[in-house]
Design a protein around this ligand. Structure first.
Ligand code: ADE
Length: 246
C-alpha cells in the first residue's frame, strides 16, 4: 500500500479520506492518479471543483472529495500550508472524524493516539469480548490505549489493521457483528446512491436541464429532481436558470 511508504501528511490525508468508505483495492487504483493530478494541498486548493470530482470518479461518496478540497483550503489559508499534527485540530476539519483524526496523527506524525476503525474494532472484539454482544466503542477505546506501542504507534496500528482485515476475511463469523455500531454496507445496485453518482457523472460531461437528464438516465423526472436538490444542497452541483452543472 503506497500510503504506508510515506509520512507526507498530504498523502496520508488523501489516503485516509479515500479509505473511509472504500476498500483498499479500489483506493489502490485511484490514489496514485489523484496524487499525480493534485500533488499538494496548494494544488488541490486551487483546482476547480469539477476537476476534483472528475478525478474522484470511481470512489463513490463524492462529498468526501469536496471535504478533502475544503481541508486543502483550510491548510493553505489558516496553517500556512502545513497540516497540524494535533488530533483535536484535525478533528475540527471537514470530513475528519475521530478515527481519521487518530489515523492521520498516527500515520503522518507517529503520535500515539488511540482510535478505532472497522479493522481495529474486530481485533479487540475477537480478543476481549468473545462472549459479549453489543460491544460499545467506549468499552474498546481504553483497551486500545492500554495495549498500543507508544514508541512506534505507526507500525503498531498498521499491524492491527492487517490483523483485523484478516479476521474479517477468514472468520466464519465477523467479530464486528457483536459491535453496538455494526452496520452492513447497503446494496449499491439500484440504490439511490448509485443514481446520485450517475447524475453527477453525467453532469461532469456537460451541463443539462432536468428533462434532458431524466431522458438520458431513463428515470422519472420527479426522482431526478429530488436527487438534484440534495446534490445542490451538498454543494456538489449548481443550478442556473434550471440548467444544472458541476
Ligand atoms: N489499511 C486498511 N485500512 C487502512 C487505513 N485506514 N490506513 C492505512 N492502512 C490501511
Amino acid at each position: 500500500m503506497p500510503w504506508r511508504e510515506t509520512k507526507n501528511p498530504y498523502h496520508i490525508v488523501v489516503s485516509e479520506i479515500m479509505l473511509q468508505q472504500t476498500q483498499v483495492e479500489r483506493v489502490m487504483k485511484k490514489y496514485p492518479l489523484f496524487i499525480k493530478k493534485f500533488p499538494s494541498f496548494q494544488v488541490l486548493a486551487w483546482a476547480s471543483r469539477a476537476r476534483v470530482l472528475a478525478v474522484w470518479q470511481g470512489l463513490g461518496y463524492n462529498r468526501r472529495a469536496l471535504a478533502l478540497q475544503k481541508i486543502a483550503h483550510i491548510v493553505v489559508n489558516e496553517y500556512k500550508g502545513a497540516l497540524p499534527s494535533d488530533h483535536e485540530l484535525l478533528q475540527k476539519m471537514p470530513g475528519i472524524g475521530k478515527a481519521t483524526a487518530g489515523s492521520v496523527a498516527t500515520f503522518a506524525f507517529n503520535r500515539p493516539i488511540p482510535f478505532i476503525e472497522t479493522n481495529i474494532r474486530r481485533v479487540y472484539i475477537h480478543f476481549f469480548f468473545a462472549k459479549k454482544r453489543k460491544v460499545n466503542d467506549a468499552e474498546i477505546l481504553p483497551l486500545v490505549l492500554r495495549t498500543m506501542d507508544l514508541k512506534n504507534p505507526r507500525e503498531w496500528f498498521f499491524a492491527l489493521m492487517d490483523y483485523g482485515s484478516m479476521l474479517g476475511e477468514k472468520m466464519k463469523t465477523n467479530p464486528n457483528k457483536k459491535s453496538a455500531h455494526y452496520m452492513r454496507q447497503p446494496k449499491f445496485e439500484g440504490s439511490r446512491r448509485q443514481l446520485r453518482g450517475n447524475i453527477l457523472k453525467t453532469l461532469l460531461t456537460r451541463r443539462m436541464g432536468l428533462e434532458d437528464l431524466a431522458k438520458q438516465l431513463s428515470r422519472p423526472t420527479t426522482k431526478i429532481a429530488k436527487i438534484l436538490y440534495t446534490l445542490e444542497r451538498d454543494g456538489l452541483i449548481q443550478r442556473k436558470e434550471n440548467i444544472f452543472s458541476v
